[in-house]
Design a protein around this ligand. Structure first.
Ligand code: Q46
Ligand code: ZN
Ligand code: ZN
Length: 312
């Protein structure tokens, strides 16, 4: 197995590119793919301040490392979600990375700072855990970006994630979601720009990147994710990718090239967006007097904490 670039001994095969790479050229490939995604989709402009949504997993740590390596001014924010040991362990990897690199990491702990955790919020609001968790994370990252004067919030969604989300949205023809399933969402209405610079890298590649760079990350999956639809879509696409490498890339980037615009303009024409006011409690942009997050806090903060119950 020889490296496609230097013909030296290769350490990884990337079937999607029909090529093998040595350590040096694999790391360069990762950097180039992130730089290309940032340039192609105008994700981050020179001199902008970036807030990285850090979870302590391989994707967010690889993303942070790659952005620093590419010379961006990128700080992290990690949220202690209160999902048992998983959350404590995840946060500790994020903290260890920040300390080792000497970079700034803000920390929020849901229990300490807002009086609830994700399992309790899910139970009290009768939402599935990922819904309560997702809305909480979105709200807190947006707020931190506004408060800290960041231009863009970046997340570690990779090609496998985006292809699986797209697959799910197509299976159910979720037009609204398809209209917003873009690698970059512009700032507006008081929300910061959001970008996903890892869309050109597969999950296996971000894991390999971390191993080769000596970055420790939480390996176990979130216990609340077990059995959710997203994992099922991922597994289904993994099967297709195995027999036909490159399918995920073709599916996702084909959508961006040929269909995303149609969904985006359809939603813009069809429905029009409600004018956003400001949440009475936290001042965030919101279509209702009290935003969804503040309503969640209201429901969950007074609730009896529930034990961690992974989904089956
Ligand atoms: S952390 Fe939260 Fe994920 Fe766990 S509860 Fe679901 S959304 S799976 S990225
Ligand atoms: Zn090489
Ligand atoms: Zn609010």
């Amino acid at each position: 197995m020889k490296c496609r670039v230097c013909r030296g001994p290769a350490i990884i095969d990337v079937r999607r590119h029909n090529a093998n790479f040595c350590r040096e050229h694999f790391l360069r490939l990762c950097r180039d793919q992130v730089a290309k995604a940032i340039a192609d989709f105008d994700m981050i402009r020179p001199g902008e301040r970036v807030l990285v949504a850090v979870s302590g997993g391989k994707d967010s740590l690889a993303l942070w490392d790659l952005l620093l390596d590419l010379g961006y001014e990128a700080d992290g924010l990690v949220i202690g979600l209160g999902i048992g040991e998983y959350s404590d362990e995840s946060t500790s990897y994020a903290v260890a990375y920040a300390e080792a690199k000497g970079v700034a990491l803000q920390r929020i702990d849901l229990r300490d700072d807002y009086g609830f955790d994700v399992p309790t919020a899910a139970h009290a609001s009768r939402r599935v855990p990922c819904s309560a968790c997702g809305l909480t994370k979105r709200h807190l990252f947006d707020q931190a970006a506004r408060d800290g004067g960041y231009d863009v919030v970046v997340t570690g969604h990779n090609l496998d994630d985006e292809a699986a989300v797209l697959f799910g949205n197509v299976l159910r023809w979720q037009n609204d979601y398809l209209a917003r399933q873009l690698p970059v969402l512009p700032a507006g209405d008081g929300f910061p720009r959001k970008a996903k610079p890892l869309v050109r890298l597969a999950e296996r590649e971000t894991a390999a990147y971390c191993v080769l760079q000596g970055l420790d990350y939480v390996v176990e999956e979130c216990p609340m994710a077990a059995g959710n639809r997203h994992l099922g879509y991922k597994e289904a696409l993994d099967g297709v990718e195995r027999s036909s490498p490159g399918t995920k890339h073709a599916f996702y980037f084909g959508f961006l090239d040929r269909a995303a615009e149609l969904f985006a303009s359809g939603v813009a024409e069809g429905e029009g967006k409600a004018d956003l006011g400001r949440c009475e409690r936290c001042g965030s942009p919101s279509a209702t007097e009290i935003c969804t997050f503040c309503r969640l806090v209201e429901q969950a903060a007074g609730a009896e904490p529930v034990a961690l119950r992974p989904r089956r």
